[in-house]
Design a protein around this ligand. Structure first.
Ligand code: IPD
Ligand code: CA
Ligand code: CA
Length: 270
């Protein structure tokens, strides 16, 4: 039974990797061209491109071809639910659209596969960097490259003092109107840490946290597709994820336990 489940998860991970690599090709084909078709969504800060939509259309078609009974939750097209299925694919077809639309290189596709609401497989691919992050529940987290057999096992940072850390975070699209916009919080954390990065992709921030190149990460007001795969990649790399705020959709701190607790102490007293 256990072996059967493991085989199934590996098969789904391999399928998700192929899909992520294809999305990466679509993203690179239009990157820094004048053919990305930029539009806005909830407000002027929240952008979407033709490439976000093309990647999501491809993912939907491919998931329903290979796993016709599975549900899909996608950022651009919402929920495609199969009541009888306990499996759901949670996809962000292009995470880091703002950077992508500017011609900046940190962007990725994120695919999480959940069983009864729990993420079992996470795949994040950043095509410009050719970084492929994968994790399977209970089996570890890995970094590889497209078409390469070589993979490295991921481990969160071993640091224990905030002053030695480089941390990452982000700011929500409703930053101009919502009081919990992370600006005060970031201004309190920044003097306490060695470095602060705003890379513009929550999924990539989580992968860097899993790898320890970012020591810890926090953000308010995220959506499931931003974090589904990345959270599993962090926990399979030995990190923890704790909730940060109520009534701000998904708000989290991620990283090694010691640093998460230190950040939690600072952020909850802001
Ligand atoms: C955004 C990125 C960004 C985060 C935003 C997300 P999108 O996703 O992950 O880093 O700060 O909250 O919405 O819009 O590029 O898919
Ligand atoms: Ca996103
Ligand atoms: Ca997106």
């Amino acid at each position: 039974m256990k072996e059967q489940l493991e085989e199934m998860l590996t098969e789904m991970k391999d399928a998700a990797v192929q899909m992520a690599l294809h999305c990466g090709k679509l993203q690179l084909a239009a990157f820094r061209s004048n053919n990305i078709g930029i539009d806005t969504k909830s407000n002027v800060y929240d952008v979407v491109t033709k490439v976000d939509k093309a990647c999501e259309d491809y993912l939907l078609a491919e998931i329903s071809r290979l796993y016709p009974t599975h549900s899909v939750i996608g950022e651009e097209t919402g929920q495609h639910l199969h009541a009888e299925s306990e499996w759901a694919w949670v996809v962000d077809p292009l995470d880091g659209t703002n950077s992508y639309s500017q011609g900046l290189p940190v962007f990725c596709v994120s695919i999480g596969i959940t069983y009864r609401g729990e993420c079992m497989v996470g795949v994040v691919y950043a095509p410009y960097l050719d970084e492929l992050y994968t994790a399977i529940k209970g089996q570890g987290a890995w970094l590889g490259k497209a078409g390469s057999e070589r993979i490295n096992s991921l481990h969160v940072s071993a640091k224990t003092a905030l002053k030695e850390c480089v941390v990452a975070s982000g700011f929500p699209y409703d930053k101009a109107t919502h009081p919990v916009n992370n600006i005060r919080e970031a201004s309190i954390v920044i003097p306490q840490v060695r470095g602060f990065r705003r890379m513009g992709s929550a999924a990539y921030d989580l992968c860097c946290t899993a790898m320890g190149t970012i020591d810890a990460y926090w953000e308010y007001n995220l959506n499931l597709w931003d974090v589904c795969a990345g959270q599993l990649i962090v926990s399979e790399a030995g990190g923890i994820i704790v909730p940060l705020a109520e009534n701000r959709k998904i708000s989290i701190i991620a990283g090694p336990e010691k640093l998460v607790r230190l950040l939690q102490e600072t952020l909850t007293h802001c």
